[in-house]
Write a protein that binds this ligand. Structure first.
Ligand SMILES: *[C@@H]1O[C@H](CO)[C@@H](O)[C@H](O)[C@H]1NC(C)=O
Ligand SMILES: *[C@@H]1O[C@H](CO)[C@@H](O)[C@H](O)[C@H]1NC(C)=O
Ligand SMILES: *[C@@H]1O[C@H](CO)[C@@H](O)[C@H](O)[C@H]1NC(C)=O
Length: 393
């Protein structure tokens, strides 16, 4: 007491500042990944009795190693982990991996419904999570991010088996998928999960494999894209409902659908030579049978690496958009915002969500027609510029 001189060294002063700011600095160090081949980091090779292409070159060619990822290099969860400043999240089926920052349950050919062989449905992935959850503290589980890309194969199978469904049949199938997803989200919420991030479904009729199968490579195939559009709309509604229903339920919804549309139509704007053909494969748009005998020299010039999966460059762009872009592309929070959102708070931005949902509904009608898509995008662009101009004035 006698000595009024402050004793704080610069270092302890800094520590004090750190302490004061600690709540703002604290964010999730854990990432849980659920989904299909787009997010598979190597699970498939542990359950398959056949050769898994992704475990051999040319997969992994850009990073010099085939790891079971369906790309020439990194996948979206890898980039998101890097942005979170944690190591890449290993596949749960690799018993010797380090799971201290989470686990990747995604696996090629995964579906929401049915029980396809040599893969894990979404519900089986969530059971694996429940079985292994003691690996993570309750705090890590509630601060962690749960990332999803699932349903593409459900709709591709549906479209194959039902070439001319009625509107009621389409909606009934989407409802079944969404109801099943809802049940799994509630299981994870019950285990303490609070932060959910969804990459919505791509316009599936624009995948090179699907176009090639259909014989007309000029246009995206209507039904698979339409199903994805219906799904995305319902999925967003589900997330809005859950955030009203379940205390502290937080989410990030990324519009992958539009990102792919834009890149298919205007690849050069996004640094690609083409968004139509894949880098690796055979057929009119390299839609199938990717091997070392038919791979392009510069994957970064392509959006698609094989008939159904993106190149590392495509995944990098997606990772950036999910992590840091605006509500037009990802809302109501991007991943960075989701990480920092305090637990037990819920963001409800009904107007933005409704606006996003409305735009998406408009697009569903025209998304298979490239000319109409182009003119809609021009209009959106003009609208944006118009808004910016009126703001400046
Ligand atoms: C499993 O993980 C370990 C540790 O990261 C790694 O060394 C090994 O290559 C992985 N095994 C497979 C088959 O990917
Ligand atoms: C298909 O892949 C080959 C490499 O095998 C590539 O040279 C070719 O440009 C690709 N096709 C198209 C239409 O881009
Ligand atoms: C959030 O709320 C639950 C009860 O609803 C409580 O047990 C928990 O401690 C709260 N967490 C934080 C970080 O406030």
């Amino acid at each position: 007491m006698a000595n009024p001189k402050p004793h704080l060294s610069p270092l302890s002063f800094f520590s004090l500042l750190l302490l004061l700011h600690f709540p703002a600095l604290s964010f999730a160090q854990t990432l849980f990944v659920f989904g299909d081949g787009l997010y598979d980091a190597g699970n498939k090779q542990f359950v398959s009795s056949n050769r898994v292409d992704a475990s051999f070159p040319p997969y992994g060619m850009t990073v010099g190693e085939a790891t079971g990822r369906w790309s020439d290099g990194r996948i979206v969860p890898d980039y998101l982990a890097s942005f979170m400043n944690i190591p890449h999240i290993p596949p749960i089926l690799n018993g010797t991996a380090d799971f201290s920052h989470g686990a990747n349950f995604a696996i090629a050919d995964a579906t929401v419904l049915g029980s396809p062989p040599e893969t894990l449905t979404l519900s089986q992935q969530v059971i694996k999570f429940s079985d292994s959850k003691s690996k993570w503290s309750a705090q890590a589980r509630s601060e962690g991010v749960y990332l999803f890309y699932i349903g593409a194969d459900d709709y591709l199978n549906f479209a194959k088996n039902n070439p001319n469904p009625s509107d009621d049949q389409k909606q009934a199938f989407v409802d079944r998928v969404i109801t099943a997803i809802e049940a799994e989200l509630k299981v994870i919420y019950g285990s303490g999960g609070r932060k959910f991030a969804f990459q919505n479904l791509a316009p599936l009729g624009c995948l090179p494999a699907i176009k090639q199968e259909n014989g007309n490579v000029q246009e995206c195939v209507r039904l698979p894209s339409e199903m994805a559009g219906l799904h995305n709309k319902k999925l967003l509604q589900l997330l809005v409902e859950l955030s009203l229903q379940l205390g502290g339920f937080q989410y990030s919804f990324y519009d992958f659908f539009s990102s792919i549309q834009h890149r298919v139509i205007k690849p050069k704007t996004y640094t690609f030579e083409t968004g139509v053909a894949a880098c690796c494969g055979t057929g009119s748009v390299n839609g199938t049978s990717c091997s070392t005998h038919n791979v392009c020299a510069e994957p970064e010039a392509y959006l698609f690496f094989d008939g159904k999966h993106l190149t590392q460059e495509g995944n990098l762009q997606v990772g950036h958009l999910m992590w840091g872009s605006d509500p037009v592309v990802v809302g109501p929070s991007n991943l960075r915002e989701l990480l920092f959102l305090p637990l037990n708070t819920t963001i409800i931005l009904a107007d933005i969500q409704e606006a996003m949902a409305a735009t998406r509904q408009m697009k569903i009608e025209s998304l298979y027609d490239i000319k109409i898509m182009e003119s809609e995008m021009e209009n959106q662009w003009l609208y944006q510029v118009g808004k910016a101009v009126s703001f400046l004035i």
